[in-house]
Design a protein around this ligand. Structure first.
Ligand SMILES: Nc1ncnc2c1ncn2[C@@H]1O[C@H](COP(=O)(O)OP(=O)(O)OP(=O)(O)O)[C@@H](O)[C@H]1O
Length: 707
């Protein structure tokens, strides 16, 4: 796919020294300057640090995982005004403005309006030539076109990013791999009927007909017994990639699926089913999986496309392909996560044309619905319009409440894999919440929160880091060590293995360092939520936003204001924000409390969760820390549990039982190692009935949960 040099994040740097519009002739001088500029201005995550140590490999250019604040945030009004001033006609679409493509000769234009400008970012894509770029690129192109009085521009007017030999080889290798898999896999129609049935049974798609599989071009790759879903795209509808799906039967009739894509998932942009959509189709069902799209298409005859990475994200680059539809039904799966994703995606798609299938007992994901013989027409008809009113009655909330009661586990959020005690107290990580995290200076806050966030990211939570204190390279190094769970300095031969796996994580970094303006940070976060469907933002730490605020105002009032802004962002963007805050005061002989953090009680109300990394009091051995949850708005459980620090992997783990005893915490039982304190209302009830729970009773309850 075409990507312009400007679009790859260099525009702001190059504008200083070079004209904004780049022509081929500018290439050599710019190429010479690029690496130095990039190193200086936007250190990417991880890669450079390790490379420069070994000094043997090329600098990696693709810094896609860094997020910068849009140079000058653009609004749709600005875009429209500019286009009008240039006499460029446009249609106002749902997520994009539609323009006649300036990269196609007028006589050769298949469609009059094939250039799409994203209304939120200004990013453009020409569907006919696949030229894409930033809003600044498009402005430059229009300026030149008008100045030179041309009717169109060659698509080559924008420079492709110069690929390194390594990158070129990688791309060619991937293309060969795609061709190899595709040509050595067997179309379903060519399989003997008994073998076809066997495969369908394995994938639990016995009700999907051979005709449907044929229509969508699904094949079988025999060596790994995988289904192969092709990605045909571009003006020539050529084969661009494949997704391989394998199925494994675990216990009984439960099947787990594994998928792999070529090219790798972060450059796999296939809307599966798109080639079957007619030019005049006005309705589509958007699903979260290829098998779901097969099911919808077969059961309803409606056009259906599947998102390449399911409910985890809707990359804006796909939006132009969905502009033709007046009605989009989002049926992304049968769980709460898909439901939440469908609400968020519908904002990108334009609320007024979207309706959402609410998951439930009678509305599982489409593939399961087909297997169970559900009535698709009824399910789609009963989907809910996404445009919501701000005042709702209980009648409208009734189904939501029921859904929460039925799916308590899912509602509680994503569970940590490495921190069972956090699951026990907080129940999970939920969208839209604000977590405030504090601990004494140098106690390991960054190290701990890095592992907590990594754990979630490894489970598909799209994560954005704002690390203002330590640079991204150092942070990525900590995370990679935690990911590999070993000291990579001593095992450099394993670096590539772990770095390749790490690269697959949905992890992004803001490129800020040092003091920042809160407004700029929030704009960048908003931008990242739109681009990458970020679910979790970590800000380390809040003190780096205080400096630029008016310090004549009370410091705590400024802090409250900043916390309030993050709170609002978390709620409005359905995104979890974790805010690291230094404590306001530290006294050597007292552990921290919620009151140690905040400027006022009002601010403490803003946080949904308050976590404190305790360094002292509970600890008899060096390195031992405890994590205390002092606020949990979701269900009120609070508590504390000890953590051992493993220096070689920079990770935290529950201490081996019996190895160390924690010292007594004031007013708490001696052996209260991992205790969930009673909920606030339980305490109230106890007070009311004047009964006191003995420490033994508390411990007994605790023992039971342990078992
Ligand atoms: N439990 C621990 N015991 C001993 N050392 C630790 C522990 N946790 C982290 N460290 C180490 O302590 C150093 C400081 O850790 P880190 O930067 O995470 O602390 P911090 O609380 O974020 O610091 P600051 O207050 O400056 O923001 C790091 O070298 C880290 O590896």
């Amino acid at each position: 796919m075409w990507r312009s040099l400007l679009q790859r994040g260099t525009a702001c740097l190059l504008q200083v020294a070079a004209p904004r519009f780049l022509h081929q002739r500018h290439l050599p001088s710019i190429c010479e300057r690029l690496p130095a500029q990039r190193l200086l201005h936007r250190p990417p995550c991880g890669t450079v640090y390790f490379l420069s140590q070994s000094g043997t490999r090329a600098y990696k250019k693709d810094a896609k995982s860094t997020v910068e604040c849009p140079v000058s945030p653009i609004t749709v009004t600005d875009i429209k005004q500019y286009l009008r001033s240039k006499d460029v006609s446009f249609h106002d679409g749902y997520s994009c403005l539609h323009l006649p493509s300036i990269f196609v000769e007028p006589s050769a234009r298949r469609d009059n309006f094939s250039l799409f400008v994203d209304k939120t970012t200004g990013q453009f894509l020409c569907k006919d030539t696949l030229v894409e770029g930033s809003w600044e690129d498009l402005q430059d192109c229009l300026e030149v076109m008008q100045k030179e009085e041309q009717g169109f521009l060659s698509p080559h007017v924008l420079l492709g990013y110069p690929e390194s030999v390594e990158e070129q080889e990688e791309r060619e290798r991937e293309l060969r791999e795609v061709q190899r898999i595709w040509s050595s896999s067997v179309p379903f129609a060519d399989l003997p009927e008994d073998e076809a049935q066997l495969v369908k049974t394995m994938f639990q798609i016995t009700k999907v007909s051979n005709a449907t599989l044929k229509r969508f071009g699904v094949r079988l790759f025999k060596p790994t017994k995988s289904l192969v879903f092709p990605w045909f795209g571009g003006p020539d509808s050529s084969l661009k990639g494949v997704k391989l799906l394998s199925a494994q039967s675990t216990n009984g009739d439960k099947v787990t699926y594994n998928e792999a894509t070529v090219p790798r998932c972060n450059s796999y942009y296939n809307l599966f089913g798109l080639p079957l959509v007619g030019r005049v189709d006005a309705e589509v069902v958007l699903t979260g999986h290829e098998l779901d799209t097969l099911a919808v298409s077969q059961a309803t005859g409606l056009p259906s496309v599947a998102l390449p990475r399911g409910a985890s994200c809707l990359p804006p680059i796909l939006l132009p392909y969905l502009e033709q539809f007046k009605r989009v039904t989002l049926w992304l799966g049968g769980d709460i996560r898909s439901w939440e994703a469908s609400k968020i995606f519908s904002r990108k798609l334009g609320l007024r044309r979207c309706s959402l299938v609410r998951p439930g007992e009678y509305r599982p994901c489409p593939a399961v619905a087909l297997a169970q013989g559900k009535n698709f027409g009824h399910i789609i008809k009963s989907s809910i319009p996404a445009a919501h009113k701000s005042i709702v009655s209980f009648k409208q909330l009734r189904e939501d409440v029921y859904g929460e009661l039925v799916n308590t586990e899912q509602v509680a959020g994503v569970k940590w894999g490495r921190f069972p005690e956090l699951n026990r107290i907080l129940k999970g990580h939920r969208r839209g919440e604000l977590t405030v995290f504090t601990g004494p200076t140098g106690s390991g806050k960054t190290t701990f929160i890095s592992e907590v966030a990594l754990d979630l990211c490894m489970q598909g939570v799209n994560t954005l880091w704002g690390s203002f204190e330590i640079n991204n390279v150092r942070l990525a190094k900590i995370m990679l060590t935690q990911f590999a769970m070993q000291r990579l300095e001593e095992n450099l031969e394993q670096y590539d293995f772990w770095a390749d796996k790490f690269e697959e994580l949905p992890l992004y970094f803001m490129t800020f360092h040092g003091q920042q303006n809160i407004k700029t940070v929030l704009e960048t976060m908003q931008h990242a939520v739109y681009l990458y469907d970020i679910n979790h933002v970590i800000i380390d730490n809040l003190q780096f936003m205080m400096g630029q605020e008016n310090l004549s105002v009370d410091k705590f009032a400024v802090q409250d204001h900043i916390i309030g802004a993050f709170r609002k962002f978390a709620t409005n963007s359905s995104c979890h924000v974790t805010l690291v805050i230094h404590p306001r005061k530290e006294e050597d002989d007292r552990e921290l409390q919620t009151a140690s953090i905040f400027g006022s009680a009002k601010a403490s109300q803003e946080a949904d969760n308050v976590l404190i990394l305790q360094e002292k009091k509970l600890v008899t051995c060096a390195g031992r820390r405890s994590l205390q949850v002092t606020k949990n708005r979701f269900d009120g459980d609070v508590g504390i549990f000890p953590l051992d620090f493993i220096k070689s992997s920079l990770t935290f783990a529950a201490p081996v039982k019996g190895k160390h005893k924690l010292r007594k915490v004031a007013g708490k039982p001696e052996s209260e190692e991992c205790e969930v304190a009673p909920k606030k209302d339980e305490v109230k009830k106890e007070k009311a009935t004047k009964t006191t729970k003995t420490p033994r009773a508390v411990m007994k309850g605790n023992e039971n949960t342990e078992k």
